[in-house]
Design a protein around this ligand. Sequence first.
Ligand code: NAD
Length: 266
Amino acid sequence: MNVAIVGAAGRMGGRLIQAVLEAEGLELSGATERPGHEKIGMDAGLVAGVGELGITISDDLNAVMADADVLIDFTFPDVTLNNLEICARQGKMMVSGSTGFTPEQRGLVEAYAANIPIVLAPNMSVGVNACFKLLKEAAKILGPDFDVEVVELHHNKKKDSPSGTAVRMGEVVAETLGRDYSQVANYHREGMCGERTKEEIGMQTVRGGDIVGEHTVYFIGMGERIEISHRAMSRDMFARGAARACQWLKGKQAGLYDMQDVLGLS
Ligand code: NAD
């Protein structure tokens, strides 16, 4: 299976190149960056720090996709939507880890998924996906009496807040408790904002330094507290998850899938 990587010079780009090189059945066929990027024309392997690969970083995704079966895209929602248009036109698959989609943008991804297979997941790590399952169980057992708060920490270059993973965690708990996440998520407390409501799910964000990503969901009751935490120590497991999603996509019908599907947890 031939794999192209978009955003090859980004924080995830280099890790994705290494993961594809290590994954059975996957061949790196191309790499792109945004037009005007200083690494255009350079060898993708040298930029990723994995040695020369003979694959030049291009700014022409159309041409790169002619040789690829699947595109791995860890960029940003507007870029991902442009890339989906190219993949759909060429009948190619996509694995996207981009985060920060609005409900409208998510609707556009769903429309593309009518024609091509897409894996879209805010977090590709096995551990975080196990956490989603644990959160469902915890919310089921603890029920509505426990106050739920989500706290996430990331590096100071992250563009979207709260993280896509934190939002998904909040959604999983809300869905399990029969609440509408968009109605109960509380992103901001300041001044005389009143007592906490029973239904709300607090979403707190910390940004600083080089933190790869940490998430904790607190279930806070009277006299006791449960914390479900995940700490990412490197970006490699996100990249390995994306490579695993590419392998899993082989032979799949058009549709929108996530890592729960890839890992057999859904
Ligand atoms: P980054 O800014 O380091 O990398 C993004 C790269 O995309 C940059 O090199 C940028 O130049 C490139 N790019 C932008 N526009 C482009 C275009 N039109 N064509 C080609 N390349 C283009 O960011 P990052 O830390 O690597 O994160 C990227 C995305 O991945 C974010 O949305 C982040 O939240 C997400 N992420 C997801 C997971 C996951 O497991 N799903 C894990 C980590 C990061």
